[in-house]
Design a protein around this ligand. Structure first.
Ligand code: ADP
Length: 158
């Protein structure tokens, strides 16, 4: 199976990585689709986010990394995905994720969204929390892959 995992990944955390690894073991090829939408004003450029994901997943087989803009269902069709994957950390994610899943189904009934819950020890992680910690000089090496921890240090030391 081919599973599309769309997101901002600004930056990639161990929560995202855990999901990629678990979905990879369950379903096969994971197409990580990095949102290019510049109106979201990401902290890391698209190229940097792709590099971070590429380096952090180099030990896993069957990973493809693409960028996308626009509707997720169009991206799913173009990348010949069978399923869309999203992650759930806590109940607070559920309402938003359910709304997106229903919207996507209404646009194209072909694509089911599946949800995976991350490992409990990663469930507190979000890209914004990680950036907040790094902004104030906190240690992030237990939250993000090595390349991301380095990039965060560089970003907030500049
Ligand atoms: P978006 O801006 O589309 O929400 P994110 O990069 O923040 O993009 O997240 C992509 C997906 O990964 C979302 O489904 C989100 O719920 C999930 N996710 C993010 N962090 C975690 C985590 N720590 N554990 C499980 N899922 C997560």
């Amino acid at each position: 199976m081919r599973v599309l995992y769309p997101g901002s990944f600004d930056p990639l955390t161990f929560g995202h990585l855990d999901l990629i690894q678990r979905a990879n073991a369950l379903f096969g090829t994971i197409v990580v689709a990095v949102l290019a939408n510049p109106s979201k004003q990401p902290s890391f450029s698209l190229e940097k986010r792709i590099e971070q994901i590429s380096e952090s997943t180099s030990h896993i087989g069957n990973i493809e990394i693409i960028s996308f803009d626009g509707l997720t269902v169009n991206c799913a069709r173009e990348s010949k995905a069978d399923l869309i994957l999203r992650g759930l950390r806590a109940l607070s994610d559920f309402e938003y994720e359910l709304q997106i899943a229903h919207t996507n189904r209404s646009l194209d009934g072909e694509f089911e969204t599946i949800f995976l819950a991350t490992e409990a020890r990663h469930s507190f992680l979000s890209s914004s929390v990680v950036k907040e910690v790094a902004r104030f000089g906190g240690e992030t090496s237990h939250m993000v892959p090595e390349i991301v921890a380095k990039d965060l240090k560089r970003l907030f030391n500049e």
